[in-house]
Design a binder for this molecule. Structure first.
Ligand code: HEC
Length: 142
């Protein structure tokens, strides 16, 4: 009698074993999914942050003289002769803004090219306005 009940309970356990396994599998796979969701969210957050940093470094808030100080002044201190030539002949050598911009984008010899990732097109416009004024000031102070 007792044995029979025991056997029945075992057989019930055996029959429900696959179900238990399935439930366990379900739990573990949803845990895994949870993990990879978290991973995915983290990656999205990270790439958003990287995008913001990139936008900030591409910011067009720098004025012409700020860009000059950052990118040019080491070799053209105040536009005076240094590693690079005195910048009082830009107007003569590059009469159009386009030709001056092309020269700056390309660089020449020891002078490094300036890509749009370091000087955006908007900043390039500000820089050229600054350079025209610098050229005039340098010519007058000669
Ligand atoms: C690493 C030093 C260096 C940096 C940085 C540099 N230059 Fe020059 N620059 C030179 C040299 C050297 C020359 C002469 C190139 C040649 O003729 O071979 C030159 C030439 C020039 C000329 C030509 C002048 C003329 O009348 O023909 C201009 C304009 C000029 N630089 C502007 C700039 C500006 C604007 C920046 C910043 C965006 C800058 N340079 C950054 C070294 C530099």
């Amino acid at each position: 009698m007792i044995e029979e009940r025991y056997m029945r309970s075992i057989s019930i356990q055996m029959r429900s074993a696959p179900a238990v396994l399935l439930v366990l599998l379900g739990i573990s796979s949803s845990l895994l999914a949870g993990c990879s969701m978290g991973e995915e969210m983290r990656r999205i957050e990270e790439s958003k942050r990287a995008g913001k940093i990139r936008d900030a470094s591409n910011s067009s808030n720098l004025t012409g003289d700020q860009i000059f100080v950052r990118s040019c002044n080491t070799c053209h201190q105040g536009g005076k002769e240094g590693m690079g030539p005195r910048l009082d002949k830009m107007d003569a050598d590059f009469p159009t803004d386009d030709s001056l911009k092309k020269f700056l984008r390309k660089g020449k010899g020891m002078m490094p090219p300036q890509s749009p990732s370091t000087i955006t097109d908007v900043e390039m416009d500000s820089l050229v306005i600054y350079l025209r004024k610098l050229n005039t000031d340098l010519k007058e102070s000669k």
